[in-house]
Design a protein around this ligand. Structure first.
Ligand code: UPG
Length: 459
């Protein structure tokens, strides 16, 4: 393909693996369709895992180039947040004016920029000035997208939960009422930085040329239809389903060989994503629950939000006595495992997950039942699709503040591991997921249509 015909797309992810992983997978899907990709990476990154993944992407695809985006230092006194990832969103947002020269110097000229919902209001004015198409890669559930779009309308209403059932819900047109108790907690705090960003992004995302969601028919088709049918809000850009993104060959690390020695469907995989830290007390109760369940388990333990700060030995965190007692049945690790490989492994029979959206879509792809335990942010809203789709359950009484006791955790695990009907349902969802991304499937067509639309340029 000559340079003048090459579709050249820039991708700007924001911070954290939950945002970077889907951006990398989208880059790979477009690169495989002969697009040239400029992958804009912010410097510095927050976690070690982020820098490693980007290096692998660029070394794997010759048509993907990395473009470093050096961020301005953030004056912390002007940003009300203690969350390192949210602060990084803000750092990128405030450095966004430095993107113009990067975008306009790309050769061949860019046809589009794909960015992240946390950056959209800072980036749209820039792409508008450059008359460059702007797409949004939405990294959470369709329901969360409808909340982002509708939230500016209700931001100034009373969002606190009360004892009165009728006022405990948010009414977003076109979708069933959403309990206020599911809202990401920072959205209810008028002074939080996350909320300020969320409102600004919700107002601007409607100006993008298209919104890509990592979903497919089994994962909330009704909400996607409501969005595209103009029910949530009139005149929205097209919402295009392109998921579930498939983990890539180059994401593979060293396999967890221990899994090869376990019987089919016998292992509970426990992982709460890459930025969710649990308290020592909750970790110990979770360990107790795993032990009580009597099941085999692979447990990725995380005590700090940012990986480079997680320095304690596993034994110190979960208890040396625990490790000794469970050594025949369980493997506890603190290091990164390639979750795609783990979920694809036949030994894995259940995923105890925090309901990060990537984790849900990956479990769906491999047909692994989920026991959902939301820990914060968008996770209760994401978790809703688990029972709706038939992929499993999320335990609404396991809140994000109170300690859940080991006994209760153990009972739930045992119950789900013995649920044969659930296994069949989850396997069916896996088949549907793979069909949707396979040639001719709905998400496959979504991506083909996207490339076509990008080639045609702005309407
Ligand atoms: O040891 C690990 C830990 C994580 N992962 C991968 O890292 C990603 C984690 O993403 P996700 O499951 O979405 O969780 P978080 O890292 O917690 O993601 C953040 O971003 C998501 C997308 O916006 C939100 O849904 C979450 O609530 C938010 O915490 C997934 O692709 C996992 O496969 C691994 O491969 N190995």
């Amino acid at each position: 393909m000559s340079d003048t015909n090459t579709l050249h797309v820039a991708i700007l992810p924001s911070s954290g693996m939950g945002h970077l992983v889907p951006a990398v997978r989208l880059a790979a899907s477009l690169a495989a369709r002969n697009c040239r990709i400029t992958f804009i990476t912010t410097h510095p990154t927050v976690s070690l895992a982020e820098s490693r993944l980007v290096s692998r992407l660029v070394s794997f695809f010759p048509n993907v180039t990395r473009q470093e985006f050096h961020l301005l230092p953030l004056d912390r006194s002007t940003a009300n947040s203690n969350d390192p990832f949210c602060l990084q969103f803000e750092t990128i947002r405030r450095s966004a004016h430095l993107l113009s020269p990067i975008l306009s110097s790309c050769s061949p000229p860019l046809s589009a920029l794909v960015t992240d919902p946390s950056l959209v209001s800072a980036v749209i004015p820039i792409t508008e000035k450059l008359r460059l198409a702007n797409y949004n890669l939405f990294i959470a559930s369709p329901k969360m997208l409808s909340l982002l779009i509708y939230f500016p309308t209700i931001a100034n209403t009373d969002l606190s939960t009360t004892s009165s059932k009728t006022t405990d819900y948010i009414e977003i047109p076109g979708i069933p009422p959403l309990p206020k108790s599911w809202l990401p907690p920072p959205l209810v705090d008028p002074s939080s930085l996350f909320r300020t960003q969320f409102i600004a992004n919700g107002q601007e995302i409607v100006k993008s040329d298209g919104i890509l969601v990592n979903a497919f028919d089994s994962l909330d088709k009704a909400t996607v239809a409501a969005l595209n049918g103009g029910k949530v809000m009139g005149r929205l850009p097209p919402v295009i389903t392109v998921g579930p993104f498939v983990p890539l060959e180059f994401e593979k690390g060293s396999p967890v060989e221990w899994l090869d020695r376990q019987p089919v469907g016998s292992v509970v995989y426990v992982c709460f994503g890459n930025r969710t830290a649990a308290s020592r007390e909750q970790i110990r109760e979770l360990g107790d629950g795993l032990e009580r369940s009597g099941c085999r388990f692979l447990w990725v333990v995380k005590e700090k939000k940012v990986d480079r700060e997680d320095e304690e030995e596993v034994g110190e965190i979960v208890g040396h006595g625990f490790l000794e007692r469970v050594k025949e049945k369980g493997l506890v690790v603190k290091s990164w495992v390639e979750q795609g490989e783990v979920l694809a492994h036949p030994a894995v029979g259940l995923f105890l997950s925090h309901c990060g959206w990537n984790s849900i879509t990956e479990a769906a792809l491999y047909g692994v039942p989920i026991l959902g335990w939301p820990q914060g942010g968008d996770q209760k809203i994401n978790g809703e699709v688990i029972p709706k789709s038939g992929l499993g359950i999320w335990v609404e009484t396991w809140g994000w503040e109170e300690i859940v006791k080991g006994e209760e955790i153990g009972d739930k695990i045992r119950e789900m591991m013995g649920d044969e009907k659930l296994k069949v349902q989850a396997a069916r969802i896996g088949e549907e997921a793979r069909k949707s991304v396979g040639v001719g499937g709905s998400s496959y067509k979504g991506l083909e249509g996207l490339v076509e639309k990008m080639r045609k340029g702005r309407a």
